[in-house]
Design a protein around this ligand. Structure first.
Ligand code: SAM
Length: 215
């Protein structure tokens, strides 16, 4: 099923930093936020799937300048994610491999310890909800790549996203995780009247993220 919304390619306007523990290229997201002046909107930033916290720290450094917080959700236990990729590799095994023996939580704490504007939520994203008054101007989803989780994570954020705010989905187009693409198309179709524009941007490992602007 197509999304019926045109998805326009954004060319990454800046080079990617050489940071092996950032698996997205968060500076591209921050550049997108800056160019659209999302920091002038009401609300904070939220990330689902913080992993080693390299992106969390980059988002927090940016958010701090505007008196904003970053809410970071993760279970911080690589063994919990048993999702199988198309090539038959378990997500948790990939997380373990890149950790190279480090504890995920310890790596996250090390990356983020300089920031007092991060709210860490150590929880399965299916169990997370926010009070109605919570507002986000930017959200990024990179947690469990199963369709039902991607959909869950969308609904954790979308009702709290302000008008003009942006919700990003990592792995929108990446052969290993086709369920993310399926979920994205379903969500774009279901919410097409609430979306003013959709973009895709290429980050690390040639993986495309989807960025949805809320009307
Ligand atoms: C691909 S990694 C995130 C990488 C991170 N965005 C980065 O680039 O550094 C996915 C993360 O989602 C987390 N995760 C998986 N399932 C989750 C769930 N149900 N709830 C919360 N976090 C989850 C994993 O622990 C892992 O840290």
């Amino acid at each position: 099923m197509g999304s019926e919304l045109a998805v326009n390619r954004v060319s990454p306007g800046i080079p990617l930093e050489d940071d092996p523990d950032d698996f997205v290229g968060y500076e591209l997201l921050i550049d997108f936020i800056k160019k659209r002046a999302l920091h002038q909107l009401e609300g904070d930033i939220i990330e689902i799937g913080a992993y080693m916290g390299r992106g969390t720290a980059k988002l927090a450094r940016f958010a701090r300048r505007y008196g904003k917080k970053v809410y970071a959700i993760d279970v911080f236990d690589p063994g919990l994610d048993k999702t199988l990729s198309v090539s038959g590799i378990k997500a948790g095994d990939v997380y373990e491999a890149f950790l190279q023996g480090r504890s995920m939580l310890a790596a996250y704490q090390e990356s983020t310890r300089a920031f007092d504007n991060i709210v860490t939520i150590r929880e399965d994203s299916r169990k997370v909800s926010f009070p109605a008054e919570r507002r986000f101007m930017f959200g990024f989803i990179d947690g469990c790549h199963q369709q039902e989780y991607v959909e869950n994570d969308f609904y954790v954020i979308w009702p709290h996203l302000v008008s003009g705010g942006v919700l990003g989905l990592h792995d929108y187009r990446f052969d290993d995780w086709p369920e993310v693409t399926k979920a994205a198309h379903k969500l774009m179709h279901a919410h097409k009247r609430e979306i003013s524009a959709a973009y895709e941007i290429e980050g690390k490992y040639n993986i495309l993220s989807l960025l949805l602007v809320k009307k």
